[in-house]
Ligand binder design. Structure first.
Ligand code: HPA
Length: 277
């Protein structure tokens, strides 16, 4: 399974639908409601895609959709493999490598995150300007992959033009879209208040347990990347409340319409950008 070939999986996907989207969106908590806005052409369970992970976290379905969002052809991945589930990084990043082999050129990653920046509120959204990899390993570590760069430049991991689209989509969707640095931890525990204070000093605005491995693999494959967080809670010690997965899910549910609108408007603006209008 770890030596699964992305091209085999991509070939399987090409048999599912005749759509050939260049934009793919990975749905994290707070964004799953985008599926309600998707005009579904076809869908396939991850279990039927060779080498794809089987997600174990509740609320992460494990299905890949072909469809149109805001009249734009898209691939939507509902469910992702997290490092904290025990998957090796090769499996966490496998889906992204399949997307690249399929012909996707642009990737929008979404996630739930805790707010480290004191100005953030639960229910805000944040466009990633950069990240800090605090997962304790580099997801690109391993044997060199033929045809791919070994020493990947991460200066502009999050594409400035795609980010601009996110801000325009945020405005149209009338939601508060912050910008900032996402720090990735391995999880699955939440952070201690001392860690969160340290992360703030390091320059983090939000903390979460995903996205960074996928963004790094995507850059290695030459994809343009954008990413957005739903700030589902204030990180540990910032508010007097204790953290719980229930709070994360409750906030995600409360702002689900905003998250869905953001993605739909983003997809629409993406098509206009591509068509040069
Ligand atoms: N920390 C880490 N990951 C998270 C958090 C958090 O506070 N909230 C949602 N995902």
């Amino acid at each position: 399974m770890d030596s699964a070939n992305p091209r085999t999986a991509a070939a399987r996907l090409k048999k599912v639908s005749t759509l050939r989207p260049t934009l793919a969106i990975v749905l994290g908590s707070g964004f799953h409601h985008a599926l309600a806005e998707l005009r579904v052409d076809r869908k396939i369970a991850y279990a039927k895609i060779p080498g794809f992970p089987k997600p174990t976290v509740s609320g992460h379905a494990g299905e890949l959709y072909f469809g149109e969002l805001g009249k734009t052809p898209v691939l939507v991945l509902s469910g992702r493999a997290h490092f904290y589930e025990g998957h090796p990084m090769a499996r966490v990043t496998f889906a992204v490598r399949v997307l690249a082999a399929f012909g996707v050129t642009d990737l929008l990653l979404t996630n739930a995150a805790g707010g480290v920046n004191k100005h953030f509120r639960a229910g805000d959204f944040m466009a990633l300007t950069d990240h800090i990899n605090f997962m304790g390993t580099n997801p690109l570590r391993g044997p060199a992959i033929s045809g791919l760069r070994r020493f990947v430049d991460l200066t502009d991991t999050y594409d400035v033009r795609l980010r601009e689209l996110l801000f325009r989509a945020g405005k149209i969707s009338r939601l508060k879209l912050r910008r900032g640095v996402y720090l990735a931890v391995s999880g699955p525990s939440y952070e201690t208040p001392a860690e969160v204070r340290a992360f703030a000093r390091l320059g983090a605005d939000a903390v979460g347990m995903s996205t960074v491995p996928e963004a790094m693999a995507a850059r290695q494959c030459g994809l343009r990347v954008a990413a957005v967080s739903c700030i589902t809670n204030l990180a540990a010690g910032i508010s007097p409340e204790k953290l719980s997965h229930t709070e994360v899910l409750e906030t995600a549910e409360r702002v689900k319409n905003s998250g869905a609108a953001l993605l739909k408007n983003f997809a629409q603006l993406y098509r206009e950008l591509k068509n040069g209008s």
